[in-house]
Design a protein around this ligand. Structure first.
Ligand SMILES: *Cc1c(COP(=O)(O)O)cnc(C)c1O
Length: 423
């Protein structure tokens, strides 16, 4: 049986292993639902980025929102990465994990004054500013603190990344970035404001992108702007080309990061911009295929129209199927011979949108442990407590070693901050 995604995931005998560890055994020891991440898979996903950029000034800023567990951040910090953050909370995580604030870029359309202050005081590398209004506020906050904010403007290149509308961010109708036509004027404004130092340009056109061409289109648009902005007397030091590279959930064939970057570098060099520092902000492509969600089969409910396989993980644990109708592979951690009827794999939450997979042929019995594959990105970070369900535990494996990197949430944790009315 071939498994999409990770070479670190394979059956040994009857038992699905992530690196050297049996997933069924982990479920028995630690309970379900359970997220498990492979440290080697993360490092292997990072390697082509680093290799392709070797010998040039560059910084790979892991996008924290994809998977913000401290041990994941620590893994990337130790491998030399910077971080792309979208909140003050994510900065706190990066610092707690041992990340270097001088390698952090701060993105997002709705930065608060408090976050700007926190981030300036931590001494982060750069603000990716998304509007003129934000620029004015950042100037006030930075001047008030007697500091200078290094700034790149996130420009909206108006290219179609060819991905799901909810994760497409580089089109005119999206809320992100400064419109291409306004970019030059906004750079002029930025250069004139106190407390602001223009340092770069940034774009991020979407997520789960499986082709090189949208990146090349965006790059051309960005380089056109760089040339216009510098002609207007505002120097641009770095190019931040964002994240967004896709992974294999089923049969997608995204380019490798080395292939993507190779083509981008060729275009950058051909247009005479090879001296600039390059930043990338990959999230999904570094962690997506490195993680699985384990869930136990509770009940089999064959029916006239549909067969339901009721498992103990739900949309609160893994929102992607409910949110984007995302297709994620689901396999039994134990090989079973015999019939493989077609099931809808559903959770216990009271919503018909609470499914993990539809129409899946699975040989399965109650008590079996299923693995939802490619669950390392936008899995745990999007988890909620809906239905007063504690969030899953998280494990990291490395070879034969296993660490608990987040304990399972207890019910008491869930209403600890709530109060009854006085009576
Ligand atoms: C989400 C995000 C990323 C990471 O996107 P992936 O698709 O996970 O690589 C990078 N930059 C910004 C600004 C983002 O919002």
């Amino acid at each position: 049986m071939t498994l999409p995604g990770s070479p670190f995931l394979a059956y040994r005998g009857n038992d699905l292993h992530l690196e050297g560890v049996s997933l069924k055994a982990l479920a028995q020891t630690h309970g379900t639902p359970l997220y498990v991440y492979s440290r080697q898979a993360m490092l292997a996903a990072l390697a082509p980025y680093q290799k392709a950029l070797q010998g040039r000034p560059h910084l790979v800023c892991y996008a924290v929102k994809a998977n913000s567990n401290l041990a994941v951040l620590q893994t990337f910090a130790e491998a030399g990465c910077g971080f792309d953050i979208v909140s003050g909370g994510e900065l706190a995580r990066v610092l707690a994990a041992g990340g270097d604030p001088a390698k952090v870029v701060f993105s997002g359309v709705g930065k608060t004054r408090a976050e700007m202050k926190q981030v300036l005081e931590a001494g982060v590398r750069c603000f990716n500013v998304e509007s003129t209004a934000e620029l004015e506020v950042l100037s006030q906050v930075a001047s008030g603190l007697g500091r200078t904010a290094q700034v790149s403007l996130r420009v909206n290149p108006d290219v179609d990344a060819g991905t799901h509308p909810y994760i497409s961010t580089g089109l005119k109708g999206n809320k992100f970035g400064v419109a291409h036509e306004l970019a030059l004027a906004t750079y002029r404004r930025a250069a004139s404001l106190p407390g602001i130092a223009v340092t770069g340009i940034d774009c991020h056109i979407g997520s789960q992108i499986t082709e090189v061409s949208p990146y090349l289109d965006a790059l051309d648009r960005v380089l056109d702007l760089v040339e216009a902005i510098e002609a207007a007397g505002v120097p641009i030091h770095h190019l931040d080309l964002g994240g967004g590279l896709g992974i294999t959930y089923t049969d997608e064939t995204p380019p490798g990061a080395d292939v993507l970057i190779g083509q981008l570098l060729a275009r950058i060099d051909a247009r005479g911009h090879g001296h600039r520092e390059l930043l990338f902000e990959p999230g999904r492509s570094l962690v997506g295929n490195a993680g699985v969600l384990l869930t136990e089969v509770m009940y089999l409910k064959p029916g006239e129209h549909k067969n339901f396989c009721v498992v103990d993980a739900a949309m609160n644990d893994l929102a992607r199927p409910a949110l984007y109708e995302a297709w994620m592979a689901i396999v039994n951690t134990q090989v079973r011979e015999g019939d493989a009827p077609v099931w809808d794999v559903v959770g216990p939450v009271c919503e018909s949108g609470d499914w993990l997979g539809r129409d899946r042929a699975l040989a399965v019995q109650p008590g079996d442990v299923l693995a939802v594959l490619s669950a390392g990105a936008y899995g745990m970070t999007m988890a909620s407590n809906y239905n007063t369900r504690g969030r899953a535990a998280e494990l990291m494996v490395d070879g034969e070693q296993v660490w608990v990197v987040r304990e399972r949430e207890a019910v008491n944790d869930l209403f600890r901050l709530e109060r009854r009315l006085p009576r």
